[in-house]
Design a protein around this ligand. Structure first.
Ligand SMILES: Cc1cc2nc3c(=O)[nH]c(=O)nc-3n(C[C@H](O)[C@H](O)[C@H](O)COP(=O)(O)OP(=O)(O)OC[C@H]3O[C@@H](n4cnc5c(N)ncnc54)[C@H](O)[C@@H]3O)c2cc1C
Length: 373
């Protein structure tokens, strides 16, 4: 159990908390991760597994840079995890497409990619491909697809294997992961923190990093953070395993390394409800068949809903509590893509923000500024 010997207590053992824990352990810190229970909403167990740059930060240069850095760091990160744990997160940086059946959406997204390129300069390149050219390269693409964008820097991983690798890496480096350890309250105590757990236990902590996904908000409030996260439901389908490989990766259709085709992901503000719905599933299947008509003959074997962890503006929050300098809040969407940075530069920032000035843009004071404007 967490004790004074632990320098950092991470609240939340999803992909974000474990990535932060890994980085701190690699920097020589003593770390305990307190994680909730199986009934919690866990985006890390229900996501689409993309390591995706295309479109990210078109209207927020710092996020475009952050995502570009993360994508660049992924091959080394995947190799490090594989060597440390023997678990390969199956990174496939094969490049990715966004397919469009609506000309207006195609035009809007193409313009967004130009804005993203303006931020990133020669660190970003993309292609805009009209439907006929696309079908010349990929004859199985359906006639309803009016065009696509392509970015050679996009890729994907096996997100469950990533989670397993992160857990194993944390334990291998001497970190402690305590499950069924939901923190229900936090207060300052003797220069550190006193944590109350749901099962009645009480723990001390020197420094804490709050990474509890959708469980963050009540504790964030107690610690003086302004950020409140909200759920956004995404629904996904997965098909039977195919004998052959799909010739492409896209943001909505990807073949996982084990052979099934994953089709996603809807967006709905449905509150704390992660149940899948027939209407959304039918819409996903229709979209997939329009893009790749051959999928009509493939059986769907599973469907699920999962809740994204969304900050008020959808961008990451890396914040230090205004009341207690020993408490940080780390929360984001795209925690798969950003994992190498959460185990890297963010660790330096947690120790000393002046060591990672590029992360200032992600402070939660931006919400106060936008409210005042
Ligand atoms: C449908 C969908 C598709 C997605 N696709 C992608 C994608 O393609 N690429 C990408 O980069 N990202 C994607 N994401 C986002 C990504 O999954 C998340 O950013 C990431 O998983 C968030 O991780 P987390 O650790 O913050 O949260 P979670 O995975 O939700 O973990 C939070 C953890 O905190 C624990 N916890 C909660 N409350 C407490 C408490 N009080 N005390 C202790 N522990 C607590 C929970 O038990 C849980 O283990 C997707 C998400 C969804 C839902």
């Amino acid at each position: 159990m967490a004790s004074r010997a632990t320098q950092f207590t991470i609240i939340g053992g999803g992909v974000v908390g474990l990535s932060v824990a890994l980085g701190l352990l690699q920097a020589g810190r003593r770390v305990t991760v307190l994680d909730g229970s199986d009934g919690d909403f866990r985006a890390s167990q229900g996501n689409f597994g993309l390591v995706w740059l295309q479109g990210k930060g078109a209207d927020f240069a710092a996020y475009a840079e952050l995502t570009r850095d993360a994508v660049a760091a992924w091959p080394g990160f995947a190799a490090m995890l594989g060597e440390l744990t023997g678990v390969d997160p199956a990174l496939d940086p094969c490049g990715g497409y966004e397919f469009f059946t609506d000309p207006a959406e195609f035009a809007d997204f193409s313009a967004a990619l130009e804005r993203q390129r303006a931020h990133l300069g020669n660190r970003f390149s993309h292609e805009i491909i009209d439907g006929d050219d696309l079908r010349r390269a990929h004859p199985r693409i359906g006639p309803d697809v009016v065009g696509a964008t392509f970015c050679a820097l996009d890729g994907h991983v096996n997100p469950l294997r990533l989670l397993r690798a992160l857990r194993s890496a944390v334990v291998t480096l001497g970190g402690r992961i305590v499950t069924d350890a939901a923190v229900t309250d936090v207060a300052t105590a003797g220069g550190g923190f006193a944590l109350s757990l749901r099962d009645g236990r009480h723990l001390g902590a020197d420094r804490i990093v709050l990474c509890a996904g959708l469980g963050s908000s009540p504790l964030a409030e107690r610690l003086g953070f302004a950020t409140r996260v909200r759920p956004q439901r995404g629904e996904l389908l997965i098909t039977e395993k195919l004998g052959s490989r799909l010739p492409f990766l896209s943001s909505t259709i990807r073949q996982v390394d084990e052979g099934g085709v994953q089709i996603g992901g809807t967006k709905a503000d449905a509150g704390p409800d992660d149940r899948e719905s027939l209407g959304q599933m039918a819409g996903l299947a229709r979209h997939a068949v329009r893009v790749l008509p051959a999928l009509a003959d493939v059986r769907v074997v599973r469907a699920w809903g999962a809740l994204r962890v969304m900050t008020p503006d959808g961008y990451p929050v890396y914040a230090r509590s205004p009341r207690h300098s020993g408490a940080c809040l780390v929360t984001c969407h795209s925690g798969i893509t950003l994992a190498p940075l959460h185990a890297g530069i963010l660790t330096a920032w947690i120790d000393d923000p002046s060591r990672a000035p590029g992360l200032e843009a992600f402070d939660e004071d931006r919400f106060a500024l936008s409210e005042a404007a």
